[in-house]
Structure formats: C-alpha cells, structure tokens
Design a protein around this ligand. Structure first.
Ligand code: NAD
Length: 265
C-alpha cells in the first residue's frame, strides 16, 4: 500500500514539475507575516491592508499557467504595497543571505530586500497554481533551472529586486561571499538584475564588503577578477565603487557564532 501511494504521488499528474510545491499554509503565512511586519516591525506601514495584499498576491498567480508569469501579473500587488527605503540604507547581498540578514537585524535602520514588506512576506516561500485551477499546487512547482525561468517565484524576485535597486539612493552596499571562487557572479540576481538597475542619478557609490568564513583562507577578494568585473560594470555606469575585505560590524557577528576562532580574540 505504501509503495502504491508513493508511486501514485510520484506519477506524472501529481509531480508535474521538478521544483518544490507551494508552501503548506501559504495564505495563512502571507497574512501572518503581513500583520507582523505592518503592525510590529515597521509600524509606518500600519495602514496597509493585509487582507487585500494577500488577495492580490493570490490573484497574481492563481489559475494561471505556472510557466507564463509576467511582471504585469504582480503590478496590482506592487501598487498596494508601495514602500521606499531611506537613502544610504539599502543592503544588497549575493550568496551571503544569512549574514546579511543577521547584520540588518542588529542594524535596524538598514534594509535588505527581505526587510521590506513584500520581501519579508515571500522569503523562503514557494507558490504556484495550474491553468484553470482555483487551487495552489502543493505537490510541485516549476524549478527555475530544470523547468522554466518565467515561473511565478523567479519573476516575483526579479521584479522585486529590480524595484529595490531602482529605488536605492545615496550610498548602496553589497555583502559578497569571499569564500567562493566568484564573489561577484554576473548570472546571480545581484549581477544580472540589481547592478543594472541602480540609478546613477540617485546612487553615488556602491560599497562592496567581501566577507570570507572565519578560519578559512579567502577564495576571492577585492583584488580578484570577479570583483574587478563588478568594479568595471559599476564605473561604466558612472557610479563610484569601493571595496573592503573586512568590515568590523560583520566580523563581530561572525565572531558571536565562533568566539573560539583565533582571529576573534
Ligand atoms: P544568491 O545566488 O545567493 O541567490 C539567493 C536565493 O535566490 C537563492 O536561494 C537562490 O537559489 C535563489 N534564486 C536566485 N536566482 C533565482 C531565480 N532566477 N529563480 C528562483 N530563485 C532564484 O544571490 P542572488 O541571486 O544574487 O540574489 C540575491 C539578491 O537578489 C539580493 O540582493 C536580494 O535583494 C535579491 N533576491 C532575494 C531572494 C530571496 O529569496 N530572498 C531571491 C532572489 C533575489
């Protein structure tokens, strides 16, 4: 019986796609995160209508072909939220999600994309439906590499990332991973979307922090070729570029987790 159920669940009808299915209790999580954010985290947004936001989010993808997402699908949702980040406070990241979030959790006035309402609501969630179905697909969703790139999750993050970059002003920061061979990757969301949507009329400087794991030799640094690539792209766009290999605030965060490291003494 167990094998039979397994075979049935994995048959083509139920495992259409190669990505993980919609997150269980998606609607409830969206609503709960929305209230948490607007009432407790950023009360400046306390007038936002979380029921409407939940509904607009759902309407963006429900009953649609999960491989035909467009930016327009999300425009009603974007319009409802309409949030700006103060100048000098935007923090981009690539392959450094955990550390970037630990940093903004302490530096409360700084914002990663996931410290804005829509990023906060959607972080780590998965969602999709099927053409003509009023249900979400909890079994499987298109994988962005193995199935299709214009799935609803990828289009959502690309659009949100684009708008986050377009709205940045003053000094912008990016936290990059010096423990991998290409700290800057042109194919990442940061390299593909965010870098190209910084507005040179608004952003004067991009400051990169290339952080490597404690107790390991760095694999990439400010003088490496991937960062030179980034420096070139940014200068080409008439934005000043600075880079530092350590940043004491972030180093202290790393040391909280590994106080025994010799470099933390
Ligand atoms: P990254 O390579 O560390 O990727 C971040 C996460 O997004 C990973 O879980 C990755 O698997 C996923 N991802 C990347 N491209 C995707 C795509 N096309 N479709 C679906 N998932 C994808 O770093 P990155 O790609 O440079 O993205 C980080 C930057 O972009 C940040 O500055 C942030 O503002 C934004 N972003 C955030 C998320 C998120 O899940 N919170 C996702 C994409 C982009």
């Amino acid at each position: 019986v167990v094998v039979g159920i397994w075979m049935w669940r994995h048959s083509s009808e139920h495992m259409k796609w190669k990505g993980t299915g919609s997150t269980a209790h998606f609607q409830e999580i969206v609503l709960e995160r929305c209230y948490n954010y607007t009432q407790l985290v950023q009360p400046e947004l306390r007038d936002r209508d979380c029921q409407k936001i939940r509904e607009a989010f759902r309407n963006a993808f429900i009953s649609k072909d999960p491989c035909s997402a467009t930016e327009e699908d999300y425009h009603p949702l974007m319009k409802l939220v309409n949030q700006t980040v103060p100048c000098d406070k935007a923090v981009f990241w690539s392959k450094t999600k955990e550390l970037a979030h630990q940093y903004t959790k302490v530096q409360r006035e700084m914002f990663t994309l996931e410290d804005t309402l829509l990023g906060y609501i959607a972080d780590d969630l998965s969602w999709c439906s099927d053409a003509g179905s009023y249900e979400m697909n909890y079994q499987s969703c298109p994988h962005w590499k193995k199935d299709c790139s214009n799935n609803f999750v990828s289009v959502f993050w690309d659009l949100l990332s684009k708008r986050f970059a377009e709205n940045a002003c003053g000094l912008a920061r990016v936290l990059l991973n010096g423990s991998i061979s290409n700290a800057f990757d042109r194919k990442s969301t940061f390299g593909r979307v965010e870098v190209h949507n910084l507005n040179p009329m608004k952003v004067h400087t991009l400051q990169a922090w290339v952080i490597h794991d404690l107790g390991k030799l760095p694999s990439d640094s400010c003088s490496g070729s991937s960062i030179n690539d980034l420096r070139w792209i940014i200068k080409q766009r008439n934005i000043k570029f600075t880079c530092q290999g350590t940043y004491s605030s972030v180093k202290f965060l790393q040391c909280v987790k590994k106080p025994e490291e010799s470099s933390c003494r």
